[in-house]
Design a binder for this molecule. Structure first.
Ligand code: ARG
Length: 268
């Protein structure tokens, strides 16, 4: 008697499990709109103000707002995580994340391993140094103690002038490179122009200056970075174009940079 009760109980339980299983899977397939999309994993290195940086525990910046606009346009939800610069490249390559946004310059070397979106921002390099340091052009980098963020185009820009020599200290992120300048561990930092200007503006007490050198530092463009052959690239190219053309891009640009963008170079 007891045993058969138990058996019925187990059977009932199994039936309920099956039914509920069927029910939910049916619901899931019914509610799955043809264009319902997964939550995309996005990585960044949030020590690169004003593009991405931590503010009260949140990642904020131009890239963060731009990404949100593009995701909305493309119909995706996303989760943005601060994973650091070197891990960013490994994670995209290993497909642990779907894409990266981090003021990442599109260049031929990276294109061998990654796919990039169409460009969304034009950049060049600047040299940051303390007042009193003798720097008038990139040529003056020669013989100076140089700091860069490791594996950035700022490193490449400096190496192009002085060669890949030991005078270049390579830091894990740009904030640490600026700290090295502050502490006189290096005499100059070579980094992206907007980040350099933001730093000098935000640190008036550090008595730092930043100069451009149009003859030595070329212009370059940021893009979203995907694993090679990612199907997302085409969708996001469309979305970026739409965000730029709709004026949403200009809105975000003005919020962060206080002026209107010239979008012609991006769309050509
Ligand atoms: N644009 C430069 C590059 O791609 C520097 C980007 C650094 N970005 C960052 N979030 N730390 O190499």
């Amino acid at each position: 008697m007891k045993n058969s009760n138990k058996l019925i109980g187990v059977l009932l339980f199994a039936i309920i499990l099956m039914l509920s299983g069927c029910g939910s899977s049916e619901k899931a397939s019914n509610s799955a709109e043809p264009d319902e999309k997964k939550v995309l994993k996005v990585g960044t290195d949030a020590a690169f103000a004003p593009f991405e940086y931590m503010d009260k525990g949140k990642i904020v910046g131009f890239d963060v707002d731009f990404l949100a606009a593009v995701m909305e346009e493309a119909g995706y939800k996303h989760k943005l995580d601060n994973i650091g610069w070197d891990p960013l490249f490994a994670s995209v390559q290993g497909k642990q994340i779907d894409l990266a946004i981090s003021g990442i310059t599109i260049n031929d070397d990276r294109k061998q391993t990654y796919d990039f979106s169409i460009p969304y921002f034009e950049s060049t390099h600047m040299i940051v140094f303390k007042e009193g340091t003798d720097i008038k052009s990139a040529e003056d980098l020669k013989g100076k103690k140089i700091g860069v963020q490791n594996g950035t185009t700022g490193q490449l820009a400096a190496e192009k002038v002085v060669g890949a020599n030991n005078n270049i200290s390579k830091y894990e992120n740009t904030a640490v490179a600026f700290m090295a300048l502050e502490n006189n561990d290096v005499e100059v930092v070579v980094t992206d122009n907007v980040v350099a200007s933001e730093y000098t503006k935000n640190n008036p007490n550090s008595k730092v200056k930043a100069i451009e050198d149009k003859d030595s530092f070329e212009s370059e463009f940021y893009g979203l970075m995907f694993p090679k052959d990612s199907k997302l690239k085409a969708e996001f190219d469309e979305a970026i174009k739409a965000v730029i053309e709709s004026g949403k891009y200009a809105e975000i640009y003005e919020k962060w940079f206080g002026k209107e963008p010239s979008v012609d170079t991006l769309l050509k």
